[in-house]
Structure formats: C-alpha cells, structure tokens
Write a protein that binds this ligand. Structure first.
Ligand SMILES: Cc1ncc(COP(=O)(O)O)c(C=O)c1O
Length: 383
C-alpha cells in the first residue's frame, strides 16, 4: 500500500531537531541544550483562567476565527507593542504559530511558485512549502550576520516569486532586523505581487532595542504570524495568531475552518488573560534570558568559538567549521564523549552546516554544567 501515499508526503523527513533528539534522548546523565521552549511555567493567572474556563463549561466550539474578545485583545496587544493596526476581522486564532504557517502557505502558494527564505532557518517552513508544490529558494545569510537584506533578496526575485519569509527574531541564530533594514526590504518589495510572511513568534524576546515588524510599513502585502508559545511559556496550550488584510483572512478562514474548526476554547480563555492582565509577562523571563545569553555567549567566545552575538529569541549559533567535522558528527561526538546535546546546524537547511544550535532556555546551573562539559571536550579532543 506504500505506493498509495502521496510522494510529496513520503519525501518529507521528520525535522532534524527531532531526529537528533530521538537518537540521544535516552543517554544517561545527558545535559541537553536542545529544546526550543521556555523553561518557565505558564504564569499562574493564565493557568487560573484556563481552569475557570473548564469550571464554567467554556468547553464548546468557538467562532472559527476565535473568540471575538481574544481577537480584539490580540489586536490591542500588537498595536500597543509594535504599532500594528489590525481589527477583529483581520486576525485568526490558530493552533500555535505552526498552524498559522500552515494555513498561510496553503492559502497563498500554488504549484511551481517560489518562496524566498533566509538560510539557515527554522525547519518548519520547507515541508509545507513543498507539500503545496511550491519551491523553497534559500538566500545565504551567513556573511551578513544571518540577516536577510534588500541587497541579498533582490537577485532572487523573479516572476515566480510568490512570497518571502522574514523569520525574525530568528530561530536558530538569534538574529533580528533593525528598523532601517526592514525599511529597505519594504522599499524593495512595495507594490510588487509578492507576499511577506513575517514570523514574529519571538517578538517579545528582543534584547537590543525593541521589536519592529515590516507590517508597520507594508500592511497590505504582509501576513504576520505570532503566538503565545514563547512569550508566555505556553507551548502546550497551542495558541497562535495570524494577522493579515481582511480580503486575505476571508480566504484563510476557510482553510482554517476545514482543518480544525477553531482553536481550543479553554486555551483561548487562558490566552485572553495572557494578552490583557499578562501583557508584560514576558519581561521577567526576558530579564533572565538576557542574563543567560551574556553568560553563555562569553563562555563560547572564551572557548575560542566564532559566534554572532544574538539580539533576540533564546538561541546561540556558534561555528564549528574549524573542527573539520560535519555538524551532525560533531553533535553526536559531543554527546558520546562529553554528555552534552546541542542541535546540529544541518537541521536548519544546508546553510546551517558547520554550526550548532544551543538553546539558553535552561537554568544558569544547567547552562554552566553543559558549557563546562563542552569546554572540556573541545580542549581534550578538538585542539
Ligand atoms: C520560528 C518559529 N516559528 C514557529 C514556531 C512554532 O511555534 P508554535 O509552538 O506556536 O507552533 C517555532 C517553534 O519553535 C519557531 O521557532
């Protein structure tokens, strides 16, 4: 029966992050710096709102686009924080940012069109692009601090270009784009028949100034993806948002409806608390991430590794080129000999080869132990 499975689905592989994690997960005494989710619990008042929803039997389907008050709260949140102007009919509450990405691509992509992405990049885009029959086109950002720029994008634009993905702050590199860089990209794309998919799931975790969205300039061409997984430590609640002009949302809502009907009612109540009384909940977590970032960055530099200093998210992406091993072999060897797990850069497209991703969504104590082991390993085996 194998031949009765769609070749496009057969051709997709499980994410390199998962693959590596599955290989090493049961090693004893392993310090893992692999996970891309906050190590803080969901804020108490958010959990209470979820419990209250259950107690009050708020357990039925909601409006397909999400509870109106939640959509209004999401609009107020992005207006206050990032100066974005959306109204209730221009937002859909999704099952995490992941489903927002899925319904976005399924609404705007068709056979043969091209999608421009930075490389290295989060591995959640390419499989969906391919399932739509579209073609991912990677732009090498390694020599530009992992940042897309108007100059880098321009040569890749042609008649088949349907969309550009701007995933900043970046997983896996921690890079962000400045207001000036966004202005130049907006200038390049303005008026062209090209969508911008701006994945801003780490927007609350910016360490250098504040977060800027290209939607503030190119609202009619932009689809903003966001959610509460990272900002409010709510990965398991599965709440994301997609903001787009109303004429596009009218089509996206059909894809969303026939896929999931609506986001979970209970999680939507919790999300309302997160975006209203908890709108600044990320601040304390951010303070701690910043402290860990300073610590871990310095440790990597002191080990002699070449690493860009991240300005957002909670990842570091040091180069391991000088060790002459593939990132997968390096990561496996590091597990075997030092008991530390990091993610091979090759999980983030071919442009991630020669790097590894460390997450600092771990306590300082865990980070210290992991980095001590890594330092010891480099001293003993790689010098
Ligand atoms: C860049 C990026 N976009 C989207 C997602 C998916 O987020 P969610 O858990 O809300 O589906 C992740 C998760 O790691 C991510 O790193």
């Amino acid at each position: 029966m194998e031949h009765l499975i769609h070749p496009r689905v057969k051709n997709i592989e499980i994410s390199g992050i998962r693959k590596f994690f599955n290989m090493v997960a049961d090693r004893p005494n392993l310090i893992s710096l692999t996970i891309g989710q906050p190590d803080f619990p969901t804020p108490e008042h958010v959990k209470e709102a979820g419990k209250e929803a259950i107690a009050n039997n708020f357990t039925t389907y909601t409006h397909n686009a999400g509870v109106p008050e939640l959509r209004q709260a999401a609009c107020r949140f992005v207006l206050e924080k990032y100066g974005l102007n959306y109204h209730e009919q221009e937002v859909i509450v999704t099952i995490g940012a992941s489903q927002a990405i899925d319904i976005t691509f399924r609404t705007i992509l068709e056979e043969g069109v091209e999608v421009i992405l930075p490389g290295p990049v989060y591995p959640g885009y390419e499989p969906i692009i391919r399932m739509c029959g579209a073609v991912p086109v990677y732009v090498d950002t390694r020599d530009n601090g992992f940042r897309l720029s108007a100059e880098l994008i321009a040569p890749y634009i042609n008649d088949r270009t349907r969309c550009i993905v701007l995933p900043y702050p970046s997983n896996p590199t921690g890079a962000t784009l400045s207001e000036q860089e966004l202005a130049k990209i907006a200038e390049l794309l303005e008026g062209r028949p090209i969508w911008i998919v701006s994945d801003e799931i780490y927007s609350e975790l910016v360490y250098d100034g504040k977060h800027h969205s290209i939607a503030a300039r190119l609202r009619n061409q932009t689809i903003v993806i966001n959610g509460l997984s990272k900002s409010h430590s709510m990965t398991g609640w599965r709440i994301g948002f997609v903001f787009a002009p109303e004429f596009l949302i009218k089509h996206m809502i059909k894809v969303h409806q026939y896929s999931v009907s609506c986001a979970t009612s209970i999680s939507q109540k919790a999300a309302f608390a997160a975006l209203t009384t908890g709108k600044d909940d990320a601040e304390e977590m951010k303070r701690q991430y910043r402290e860990r970032l300073e610590y871990a960055y310095k440790r990597l530099v002191d080990m002699g590794l070449s690493v860009e200093k991240p300005t957002g998210a909670f990842y570091l992406f040091p180069s391991i080129h000088s060790f002459g091993q593939s990132s997968f072999d390096f990561a496996l060897d590091l597990v075997d000999k030092a008991g530390v797990a990091v993610v091979p850069g090759s999980a983030f497209s071919q442009y991630g080869e020669g790097y590894v991703r460390l997450s600092y969504a771990y306590s300082l104590e865990t980070l210290k132990e992991g980095l001590d082991r890594m330092e010891q390993y480099i001293r003993q085996y790689q010098r």
